[in-house]
Design a protein around this ligand. Structure first.
Ligand code: ADP
Ligand code: MG
Length: 568
């Protein structure tokens, strides 16, 4: 079976294609979202998902989250003596999702369609594929997240020229894409975004709104700063979710046995969040501009990502477009469900039916040039784009240049990637020089052709038509596939890690939650949590399934009573 996976920065999810529809697969806790978090327990075994995320507060040095931000780089973290890079961490999440599907369906998973942000470069895409390999889950295809979302919302059943705008606000990233079918191909026409905007920023905004009245005596200042911030962030997360359902709530923090609480209203939050809501506009406008599509001609505006559940975000979007966004698919599930649509197509091997997908080049590629400065000199180092960002790849484009000085003997092109007007603000990829015949300025022309394909290979051909002289340069994305020996070594290292049996996930999550709660309460409540923790451990030691299940339910309910309903 091939599955569809949304490998997210904050949360991941998996769906399968069954009886003509996408079906979300629950994890061992019965939940559809698995936090993208990895933690190493005291016994050295790996915890994934909610249990790991809950340990962020109690064991930050053994826990890692948001590793997707670093995928494709060599950066790594060391948790309890084990060095893990983003590929490893992603592999651990993929491995857990695979096990969830196998438990849910009773069949083995042979491959996955995994989604990546539209702006992921080739290096990040390859790293994601390698994560699949490490997890023993071959990635049959990578598809862009907005494409997956559009598939879930039924873009393939529409005709050509019915563009969808996919508005994806997650935990820490904001992506806007315009997706369209053309000639049976689903294309990302443009993508834009802000990789520092998401639900977390709205938490910070809520904390900022409440802090002064919440803690007039500065009690939180007596805690370790990291701890105080973690408590505030959790409180804000809970309050913000409550504001998605009602008009007001209390933001409550319990630290060292003291409970601080302050009421917040949806209206005050909305007013305070205006600067964040303003930041949503620019990427939307840019995606429309880049694609040349007018807002009025969009067929659908589609909301994806957990943070779009905030009414203030929905209102801002509705106001911006003058219409209601499509909400027929749950925003938390759309990407995984769209990946499962593609997985279904692959599994049926329906080559004819297959919805073809394309990639876009996520950045502009060009050369440096000079232009007269009007005072007889030259302004140098100006960027001259040849392949514009969001061009569908593979693509080949040629631009013509001419000499700028009398009797110039050679022309030099610096090759750059980026969006800045001055090349100093862009990334230099290489350079090409070509000899030219001595003639007056402007009398020799030079063709510069760029060809770029989806594997990230950029080929530059420079030709002087008058002399027939050509120069060629191929720029391959560095850090290509690691050698097989290295991959084997890493796979072994992963296989050597200890894992909790999947059946243990509920217990591990409860224990992590209880330990976190124990640390934030004092006095009677702390004692009560400690006592229940002991009882629960006793129940676990009986190894009697029925006793354990009863203890799980009782312990969960007791924790809910003490610290409020658990939240995702
Ligand atoms: P990512 O794509 O980054 O992995 P998600 O799409 O899962 O992330 O979104 C996670 C974000 O969604 C978090 O910031 C979380 O606070 C927010 N979120 C989830 N549910 C709600 C809700 N009911 N109300 C407000 N925000 C929510
Ligand atoms: Mg997402």
């Amino acid at each position: 079976m091939i599955v569809g996976i949304d490998l997210g920065t904050t949360n991941s999810a998996v769906a399968i294609w069954r009886d003509g529809a996408s079906v979300m697969v629950p994890n061992a806790l019965g939940e559809y979202l698995t936090p993208s978090a990895v933690s190493i327990g005291e016994d050295g075994a790996v915890l994934i998902g909610r249990a790991a995320r809950d340990r962020m507060a109690t064991h930050p040095d053994r826990t890692v989250t948001s590793f997707k931000r670093r995928i494709g780089t060599r950066e790594s973290v060391t948790l309890a003596g084990q060095t893990l890079d983003s590929e490893h961490c992603s592999a651990l999440v993929l491995r857990a999702l695979k096990a969830d599907v196998e438990a849910f369906t009773g069949t083995t998973v042979s491959g996955a369609v995994v989604t990546v942000p539209a702006y992921f470069n080739d290096r990040q895409r390859k790293a994601t594929r390698r994560a699949g390999e490490l997890a023993g889950l071959p990635v049959r295809r990578l598809i862009n997240e907005p494409t997956a979302a559009a598939l879930a919302f039924g873009i393939a059943q529409r005709g050509d020229h019915e563009p969808f705008l996919v508005f994806d606000l997650g935990g820490g990233t904001f992506d806007v894409s315009i997706v369209e079918m053309f000639d049976g191909v689903v294309e990302v026409r443009a993508s834009a975004g802000d990789n520092r905007l998401g639900g977390d920023d709205f938490n910070a905004c809520l904390i900022d709104l409440a802090r002064a009245t919440l803690d007039p005596d500065g009690r939180l200042a007596t805690l370790k700063p990291d701890h105080a911030e973690a408590l505030l962030a959790q409180a804000a997360e809970r309050a913000r979710r409550a504001l998605s359902e009602g008009d007001s709530t209390d933001l409550t923090v319990t630290a060292d046995g003291v409970t601080l609480s302050v009421p917040v209203t949806a209206a005050a939050f909305e007013a305070h969040a205006q600067p964040l809501l303003q930041r949503i506009r620019e990427p939307v406008l840019r995606s429309l501009r880049d694609s040349g599509i007018a807002a009025a001609t969009l067929s659908e505006v589609v909301l994806v990502g957990g943070a779009t559940r905030m009414p203030i975000v929905r209102r801002a979007v509705t106001r911006m477009f003058g219409r209601f966004p499509a909400t027929t698919v749950h925003p938390d599930h759309a990407v995984a469900m769209g990946a499962a649509v593609q997985a279904g197509l692959l599994a049926r091997d329906a080559a004819l039916d297959e919805i073809r997908l394309t990639d876009v080049c996520p950045f502009t590629l060009g050369v440096d040039t000079s232009e007269p400065d009007g005072r007889g000199g030259f302004r140098t180092g100006l960027f001259s784009p040849i392949i514009e960002r969001n061009s569908v790849v593979p693509i080949s484009r040629v631009s013509q240049f001419s000499t700028v000085q009398n009797d110039q003997r050679q022309v030099h092109f610096g090759i750059y990637q980026g969006e800045a007007r001055d090349v100093s603000g862009n990334v230099k990829l290489g350079e090409v020089r070509v000899p030219v015949p001595a003639r007056p300025a402007g009398a020799v022309s030079i063709d510069c052709r760029f060809s770029y394909d989806s594997s990230g290979l950029l080929e530059i051909d420079v030709t002087v038509p008058d002399t027939g002289v050509t120069r060629n340069l191929v720029i391959v994305d560095e850090e290509d596939a690691p050698d097989p020996a290295e991959l084997a070594k890493r796979r072994e290292a992963l296989a050597a890690m200890k894992f909790h049996p999947r059946d243990d996930a509920v217990n591990a999550a409860l224990l992590a939650r209880a330990r976190r709660a124990y640390e934030s309460f004092l006095g009677d409540r702390r004692e009560a949590i400690g006592h229940m923790l002991g009882q629960f451990q006793n129940a676990l030691e009986t190894q009697d399934d029925r006793i354990i299940r009863e203890a799980q339910a009782a312990f969960g309910a007791a924790l809910d009573a003490i610290e409020g309903e658990r939240f995702l």
